[in-house]
Ligand binder design. Structure first.
Ligand SMILES: Cc1cc2nc3c(=O)[nH]c(=O)nc-3n(C[C@H](O)[C@H](O)[C@H](O)COP(=O)(O)OP(=O)(O)OC[C@H]3O[C@@H](n4cnc5c(N)ncnc54)[C@H](O)[C@@H]3O)c2cc1C
Length: 328
């Protein structure tokens, strides 16, 4: 019988219908390696388990429990939840780390109820103290850093995509097929999956390493192209403030902030964004923040690592041409 380390940290690894592991996996396994030995629970569709397991090992999973089942793409949440219950029973981990994705959040919440465990959500890091695992959170628009810890049992922690920089060392693949006991809980069935046509080759906003975001200062949908151009020069994802979304410059899916997406990239460039608290809530944990704004009093400069007081239409074209020259 396989044994698991006493300090096992169980990491839920999601895959898509092409068998690719979720982009947050490297950060989750990196976080797990900071506090114990990463053991991955890999959820995959039929035929995709082996390649995805190899990927999980290369990202630092010491052991991989593979749950490869058709139901993963045919039913919502319950297959992953049942697999997590079976894996946790087997591994007896000291904590469970799950990505703070839509699916991850649902599995985490339901598993916490099912197992009567403590749940800590939207962590931006994890560590250990004398009493056990501690989750770190950035709250109230990044104004406060707070820590949470469970007073009993192994905590379930959802981790914000892109927030953890640490990476675990690659491991040789040690794979075990997980036997899952179905709970027989009522489940919603997925009757069809249609790929949305890709409208952009840019990275997805959630989990992107670089983000260029535009605000009301861009002035119009036509002029917002400047944000796209800088993003393309840097290989970055495009985001926006709510004012830019409300003005129709970009779709709502690009909105960053309290009522939009939360991002934690290595580099965040804010163009013509004032830096309202609701916007900061979604980007303040970015590692390096660059702001370009013509108002030197704009609050975005309070949190910027680098600021340029100037007109985006003058500064950004120069920035793009400097980047192009470097590439050239
Ligand atoms: C409940 C609630 C939830 C909200 N949720 C969100 C949210 O999720 N995300 C979000 O972003 N907002 C959110 N908001 C709105 C938020 O309060 C701000 O209104 C919004 O962020 C402002 O967007 P902005 O910075 O683009 O616009 P503005 O505040 O109008 O700022 C535009 C900036 O552009 C600068 N500028 C103008 N022209 C130029 C130029 N040519 N060159 C350089 N700089 C220029 C100006 O100096 C100014 O600082 C929320 C508000 C509420 C009440």
């Amino acid at each position: 019988m396989t044994t698991y380390p006493d300090d096992a940290i169980l990491v839920l690894v999601e895959t898509n219908h092409l068998g690719e592991v979720h982009p947050s996996t490297a950060g989750l396994l990196g976080a797990a390696a900071q506090i114990g030995t990463p053991v991955a629970l890999l959820l995959a569709g039929p035929g995709y388990g082996q390649a995805a397991a190899e990927k999980a090992a290369s990202l630092g999973a010491r052991q991989v429990l593979q749950y490869e089942d058709e139901s993963y793409f045919k039913q919502i949440t319950v297959p992953g939840l049942d697999a997590l219950s079976s894996a946790a029973e087997l591994v007896k981990p000291q904590a469970i780390l799950i990505s703070h994705t839509v699916d991850g959040r649902e599995i985490a919440g339901r598993y916490a109820v099912r197992s009567r465990s403590a749940l800590a959500v939207d962590a931006v890091g994890v560590s250990r103290d004398a009493e056990g695992v501690v989750a770190h959170h950035s709250v109230y628009g990044g104004s406060y850093n707070v820590d949470s810890a469970a007073t009993f049992g192994a905590p379930i922690i959802t981790v914000r995509a892109g927030a953890v920089e640490e990476r675990a060392e690659a491991q040789p693949l040690e794979l075990e097929v997980l036997e899952v006991t179905g709970s027989g809980k009522p489940v919603a069935i997925i009757s069809a999956v249609n790929d949305a046509p890709a409208t952009s080759s840019r990275p997805e906003l959630r989990g992107a390493a670089k983000v260029v975001a535009g605000g009301r200062g861009l002035g119009s949908v036509e002029q917002f192209v400047l944000v796209d151009q800088l993003a393309d020069a840097l290989g970055a994802a495009v985001g926006a403030s709510r004012a830019a979304v409300d003005a129709g410059f970009v779709p709502q899916s690009s909105q960053i902030g309290q009522t939009g997406v939360s991002v934690s990239p290595q580099l965040y460039i804010a163009l013509g964004i004032s830096g309202a608290i609701q916007h900061r809530a979604g980007m303040q944990t970015a590692k390096t923040i660059v702001a370009i704004n013509k108002d030197k009093e704009a609050p975005i400069f309070e949190i910027a690592d680098f600021g340029v007081v100037g007109d985006v239409f003058t500064v950004v074209p120069q920035l793009i041409s400097a980047l192009e020259q470097r590439k050239g």
